[in-house]
Design a protein around this ligand. Structure first.
Ligand SMILES: Cc1cc2nc3c(=O)[nH]c(=O)nc-3n(C[C@H](O)[C@H](O)[C@H](O)COP(=O)(O)OP(=O)(O)OC[C@H]3O[C@@H](n4cnc5c(N)ncnc54)[C@H](O)[C@@H]3O)c2cc1C
Ligand code: SF4
Ligand code: SF4
Length: 1017
């Protein structure tokens, strides 16, 4: 399939002996570093994760001695394949992420190359400064990678590209010397020598440079040979001086290895206003850009009709996008332009906004501007723009929006004609493009949908050639934002001509005589459509397998023009959709974020690519296409292999990726597939059985007088805990949930009389009937939660049905235990068949209630969302769909009823602050808003949501001896520190295991929302 030369073992041994960091030479680790966000894949020879600068120096020296190519890597989010290569890939992002110096007076900062942009800006925030190259991948992109690519943000019209903001680079050269690249006039040593050499070339080629160099701001191709005679509309430096660091910016790791970078900072704008222009013609929108930039905006960003429609059809975004429309009742505009003005005070910005309105009037487009002053509204609108792209990227089927001409830059006066002509090119080739992004600088992103497994390569070449012709016609730059890499390297000579291309080669040789730094990029590049370099080369094939869950929704093909999807199951996937679901990961690296939301907790604590959603998806893809170790298991049952086990080990099934990954990679479900096969291979442990069968034995334990109390002694007697750890692998350092002495089930007389109703009986009279699902955890360990929920519902006037299997049902239905169970614990142990049996019994019972529109209310998010999620892919058909539509958390139900005026609570005033921690599954289903809304019913309660990722307990994960440390680290990231800060607060957490983690971590009781509400009745 692919050429995968390996790292010579003797050199590996030598390197390992001399470094502290990890040298990874196995196929899975190499495979995880074989891709970036492009269509390409090249296996590294090995991956090195240095621990410190000495490690890096040693690795570079060994590589130089043995002529091993070297490829520096940051977040690996490049779109052109520049971060892939058969080299020793060195990951900067693990150790080199420090700010070395902040000089507020000079507004400068010195950083290591692996520092992530957003982390830098978070640190700078209080200083009133920021680093303004605001790339969309700011939460993942490293400063080294940004400099490597000469990245550009949405606001480049105001701040320039990376090259305009880097003022110094200290870099390792191929000969092992460290060069200080800064102002040419003050340079010395090796940097000066190289500078003189490049100056000589530039002087020799001045006429060619002037003739061939694109004059636009957005040109990132090749090396910046024009530093000595700047050609861009924005000069490299304010005073016209030459800075040798600019030679290295945009060099894509091919000239030198950055050790540290000195950056220029800008004042953080205190005020921003937005004018959103609505256009009924896309052409007019493009035509207007040239006039708009004269008003001095900090951004002019495009959202086209396709994206507006996508947002309008999505309930989460509809309201926000409509704030940007002049008339939300009228037809959707063909395009909107977001014109942002920013500055130190608001008054001048408002004047600029007024000028914008006047300008549109002068252009014959009066009353087309929606002024947006409110910062919250502006922020929401920017989010929608990003989300629109995400929806586009989540297209199912083998045709994908492919990035290869998406950053051609043309002068603004030609933007309208260029976009129109390129749209015609797409049509000619049976595709279509959705346009978005940087209208201010003539760089519009557009990705035609191509099927790279079939005829994509040919179409890509044809479209690229025609696009290139257009770029030439309009005197633009073919490579305007994302770099050259494998995708655009061949167009460098097309852009600059042979003499300049030869000069670029000479620069490469002067810096790196043996061409060991990232070979094949910028200099001697391959053809963009060299299929052997593709992630999906012609001989890519999936090992057939039958998954445990139904993945047919992914097993589809799409129409590149209409984006219509074929029927589920028709995609031709030998793994019945599972492989295609895995392949949805396009390596954009969004899961490497640390700031908001949840994804990906295991990466947040380990910073290890293998414990990241992307690393997992890549491992699964490589395993299922036979690209990992060629042992018997990997080839016969790839999902059950040890390589997959290694990456799945720390996945806590939080489901965050399902929602937060732009393409909806659902790793929690994939983990079920893995567990099912892996456990079949290695067998279930005692601990697996204890966890899985809890719903079965809990009723037995509970029924034996004194036994719950006896079992609870385990938490008091360390010896028992230690013995249990030895026998089962459940950590002695954890307390276990305490068995309730009283359970709901004990008083069968009341249950039968008061809480058992047929659907019709439940709806009698005022129709206020509800099913309350008593899950195993709340029923046997925290009965007080169920009692609180009952009290609340009854106070609000509801009749309650609590599902309980009848003897007859138990006799009839396989899997129907003494009490109902959603199957969650079985899924956690990979027992899909047993989970199906449990669910089947529960769904059979619930379906008649759901069919009549009766709400099915649950307390434990992981159980309730099993009904809304996994149950839908387990072959239950319409029954599961109907139940899932009625299944809701207690708070979701009550908030809806309150809003409909069907109930009312008289609650007492809160006397303590209220902190809320959301369960991951609540967050994954965007179900936290009702929690906060319901808590606001308590007078004076001002519930504060803790911005936290997963609590780390994740069902049984946090109890497991081998996982307890990682589990605690997850909790300590943000959740526990936030709780410690408010010592007297109520802590509200719906998840049983979240409450447990909080109790263990800060020795404070967290309560289910039902309890805090009941306490205020
Ligand atoms: C969804 C999406 C949106 C994007 N939006 C933007 C955008 O708005 N603007 C934009 O410009 N780009 C954008 N990109 C492209 C990419 O995210 C940026 O170029 C980003 O700056 C790359 O950072 P990184 O840390 O991932 O770099 P990597 O991909 O890891 O590396 C980039 C290059 O820099 C080199 N490099 C890395 N570290 C060093 C070092 N220490 N020394 C020398 N060379 C080094 C690498 O070898 C490689 O050639 C986007 C990508 C995606 C997937
Ligand atoms: S898993 Fe999702 S977020 Fe992560 S790289 Fe893949 S597509 Fe992007
Ligand atoms: S389910 Fe959670 S832990 Fe697992 S990959 Fe997704 S975000 Fe990461």
């Amino acid at each position: 399939m692919l050429i995968k030369p390996a790292f010579p073992p003797e050199i590996a041994a030598r390197l390992r002996k001399n470094v502290k960091g990890a040298l990874l030479t196995d196929m899975a680790n190499r495979g995880r570093y074989a891709t970036d966000a492009s269509i390409y894949q090249q296996f590294p020879l090995a991956v090195f994760i240095p621990e410190d600068a000495e490690d890096l120096k040693t690795a570079l020296a060994v590589a130089a001695e043995f002529a091993i190519p070297v490829l520096p890597r940051g977040g690996g989010t490049s779109q052109c394949g520049q971060t892939t290569g058969a080299a020793l890939v060195i990951d900067n992002s693990h150790a080199f992420r420090h700010i070395l110096e902040i000089d507020l007076k000079r507004a400068e900062v010195e950083v290591e190359p692996g520092l992530v942009l957003d982390h830098l800006n978070a640190k700078l925030k209080t200083s009133g400064l920021w680093f303004p190259v605001d790339v969309s991948t700011g939460a993942q992109a490293t400063i080294g990678g940004m400099a490597g690519n000469n990245s550009c943000g949405s606001r480049s019209i105001a701040y320039g590209n990376m090259v305009h903001n880097v003022i110094g680079i200290e870099a390792w050269l191929a000969n092992g010397k460290l060069g200080q690249f800064g102002p040419y006039a003050q340079s010395s040593g090796v940097a000066k020598e190289l500078g003189i050499f490049v100056k000589g070339l530039a002087e020799q080629l001045q006429p060619e440079i002037e003739a061939n160099w694109p004059k636009v701001l957005r040109r990132v191709a090749g090396y910046n040979l024009d530093v000595f005679h700047p050609q861009s509309e924005l000069p490299y430096t304010n005073d016209g001086s030459v800075n040798l660091a600019h030679l290295l910016v945009g060099s894509e790791g091919t000239l030198a290895y950055f050790k540290s970078l000195r950056l220029k900072l800008a004042p953080l704008p205190q005020h921003k206003v937005l004018g959103v222009i609505n256009f009924t013609s896309f052409y007019r929108a493009m035509e207007s850009a040239q006039h708009l930039v004269k008003l001095g905006p900090s951004a002019v960003e495009l959202v086209d009709r396709t994206m507006i429609d996508l947002a309008r059809s999505n309930p989460s975004f509809k309201q926000v996008i409509e704030t940007a429309l002049v008339d939300s009742q009228a037809e959707t505009p063909e395009a909107i332009l977001l014109v942002e003005f920013s500055g130190e005070s608001q008054a001048p910005l408002l004047a600029q906004l007024k000028s914008l309105q006047d300008l549109m009037g002068d252009l014959g487009l009066a009353n087309t501007v929606v002024p947006m002053i409110d910062l919250g509204l502006q922020k929401n609108l920017w989010e929608v723009r990003k989300a629109g792209l995400n929806i586009m990227m989540s297209l199912k089927g083998d045709g994908k929006p492919v990035s290869f001409i998406e950053d051609c830059a043309v002068p603004l006066e030609h933007l309208a004609d260029y976009t129109q002509a390129l749209t015609e090119v797409f049509t000619k080739h049976g595709s279509r493009g959705t346009w978005y992004a940087h209208a201010s600088v003539g760089t519009l992103h557009v990705r035609p949908i191509l099927d790279m497994r079939r005829d994509g390569a040919q179409k890509m070449r044809a479209v690229a050639e025609e696009a290139a012709e257009l770029v030439r016609r309009y005197k633009g730059a073919y490579s305007g934002e994302h770099g050259d890499g494998l995708c655009r390297g061949e167009w460098i000579s097309w852009q600059f001509g042979p003499k300049i291309t030869a000069a670029l080669g000479a620069i490469k040789t002067a810096f790196d005589p043996h061409h060991l730094f990232n070979p094949g990029k910028i200099i001697d590049p391959p053809k963009m459509d060299e299929q052997i370099l593709f992630r999906y080369p012609p001989n890519y094939a999936i090992i057939p397998l039958k998954p445990a869950l139904d993945w047919s929704a992914w097993n589809v093909q799409n129409n590149p023009v209409t984006e219509a999807i074929s029927a589920p199951g028709t995609g031709g996937d030998p793994a019945l959709g599972l492989a295609k679901a895995i392949e949805m990961c396009n390596n954009n690296g969004h899961c490497r974020k640390f700031d908001a939301e949840v994804m990906c907790p295991s990466y947040r604590v380990t910073r290890d690519e293998k414990h990241l959603t992307r690393g997992r998806a890549n491992t699964l893809r490589l395993a299922m296409s036979g690209q990992l170790e060629q042992d018997e298991i990997s080839l016969s049952d790839p999902l059950a292999s040890d390589a997959v086990k290694e990456v799945m080990d720390l996945c806590v099934s939080c489901k965050a990726c399902r929602r937060e990954c732009p393409t909806g990679v659902d790793m929690a479900k994939m983990k079920i597939e893995f567990l099912q096969r892996y456990k079949k291979r290695v067998g279930h442990s005692v601990r697996d059985l204890l966890v899985a069968y809890l719903p079965r034995y809990a009723p037995v334990i509970s029924a034996i007088p004194g036994l719950p109390a006896l079992l609870n002694l385990r938490n008091q007697i360390p010896f028992i805990a230690k013995l249990q750890q030895w026998l089962t692998g459940i950590s002695a350092a954890r307390s276990l949930p305490v068995w309730s002495a009283k359970t709901l089930w004990k008083n069968q007389a009341i249950l039968q009389k008061k809480y058992t109703h047929s659907p019709d009986a439940l709806l009698q009279g005022d129709g206020k009937g509800v099913v309350l699902f008593a899950d195993t955890f709340n029923a046997y360990f925290e009965n007080e939660n169920l009692q609180a929920a009952i009290r609340l519902l009854e106070t609000a006037g509801y009749r309650i049905h609590i599902p309980q299997p009848t003897k007859a049902a138990r006799a009839k239905q396989a899997g129907c235990g003494k009490q109902f169970c959603c199957g969650r614990t079985y899924l956690a142990a990979g027992m899909v068949d047993e989970a199906k049996e449990q669910l089947s019994a529960l769904l059979t019972h619930l379906h008649p209630y759901a069919e009549r529109g009766i709400a099915i209310v649950g307390l434990e998010p992981s159980c309730l969302f099993t009904l809304k999620d996994e149950a839908l892919v387990m072959g239950f058909g319409e029954q599961a769909i109907t139940v899932s539509q009625q299944a809701q958390l207690l708070e979701t139900f009550l908030v809806a009823e309150l809003k409909a005026g069907r109930c009312h609570f008289n609650l007492q005033t809160a006397i303590k602050p209220v902190l809320v921690h959301g369960h991951c599954h609540q967050k994954a289903f965007a179900e936290l808003t009702p929690t906060l809304e319901l808590l606001k019913q308590i007078p004076n309660a001002n519930p504060q949501l803790i911005e936290s990722s997963c609590c780390g307990m994740a069902g049984s994960f946090g109890y497991e001896v081998e996982h307890i440390t990682v589990s605690k680290k997850m909790a300590e990231l943000t959740l526990l520190p936030a709780i410690r800060q408010v010592p007297n607060a109520w802590i509200v957490a719906d998840g049983t295991s979240c409450r447990h983690q909080i109790q263990d971590g800060v020795q404070r009781e967290a309560v289910h929302i039902a309890r805090i509400l009941a306490a205020h009745l």
